[in-house]
Design a protein around this ligand. Structure first.
Ligand SMILES: O=C(O)c1ccccc1NCC(=O)[C@H](O)[C@H](O)COP(=O)(O)O
Length: 234
């Protein structure tokens, strides 16, 4: 088989500020995620997401992230944010995702939350991708308390060698590990994108993470690390 080069698409998630949206776009992000889950420290309202999304140039996609929303919530939020992709990151069933995506009118990502440790071996990604076949892609995240955004990786080697789906690798990605993650998983699926939140966030003087506040330099480093992986044929 002829080795191929692929441009790994990049989503930067959990943005709350204009300067961070501008920095992510300048760095080359393909998608910008806005968390519409009120319990998240990165939460924004649909109105605020719409305000921030108006800064996006053509061909950079706003992603609206929900946890167990009603169809009304999703459809109303997407009416404010033109061209949005929806991300379901809770316990939504395939039917609930279909209904909340307005019967598939709204493109959506489905987060698969992979259990950590030995429990991860029982997660059947092929079955999950088949169950959620209406999703544009399956976003692979670690199964953590609070549903997501925890900066926690799962065991990437658990993924089967041939997943006939578009995947988004997420969960604990950083500029230091994303190159390895892309190189390992890109050959195992139809296409691979990456998603990051904690790994590109600023730190307080005491070293604690400032959730929702992104670090432009870390974003640049993350994109460069993804491009380093893209330079390796697979
Ligand atoms: O980001 C959050 O605060 C969040 C809260 C509840 C559910 C999902 C959430 N984020 C979902 C994302 O798409 C994150 O980018 C993904 O979980 C990866 O986060 P991180 O491990 O911090 O890079």
């Amino acid at each position: 088989m002829t080795p191929s080069l692929a441009r790994t698409r990049i989503k930067i998630c959990g943005l709350t500020r204009e300067q961070d949206v501008d920095a992510a776009v300048a760095a080359g992000a393909d998608a910008i995620g806005f968390v519409l889950y009120a319990k998240s420290p990165r939460a924004v309202t649909a109105q605020r997401a719409a305000e921030l999304a108006r800064r996006l140039p053509p061909f950079v996609t706003p992603v609206l992230l929900f946890v167990n929303p009603t169809p009304t919530e999703v459809i109303a939020a997407c009416a404010l944010v033109a061209g949005a992709t929806v991300q379901f990151h809770g316990d939504e069933t395939p039917q609930q995702c279909w209904q909340a995506s307005d019967a598939g009118r709204l493109p959506f990502l489905r987060a698969a939350r992979i259990p950590l440790g030995e429990a991860g071996h029982s997660f059947d990604l092929l079955k999950y991708a088949d169950q959620y076949s209406q999703a544009q892609a399956i976003l692979l995240d670690a199964h953590v308390d609070g549903y997501g955004g925890a900066g926690q990786t799962f065991n990437w080697s658990l993924l089967p060698p041939n997943v006939d789906a578009h995947l988004v690798l997420s969960g604990g990605l950083t500029p230091a590990n994303v190159t390895d993650g892309v190189r390992l998983l890109r050959p195992r699926c139809r296409s691979l994108a990456v998603d990051v939140s904690s790994g590109v966030e600023a730190s307080a003087p005491d070293g604690s993470a400032l959730k929702g506040i992104k670090d432009a330099e870390k974003i640049q480093q993350f994109v460069a690390a993804v491009r380093a992986a893209d330079a390796t044929p697979f």
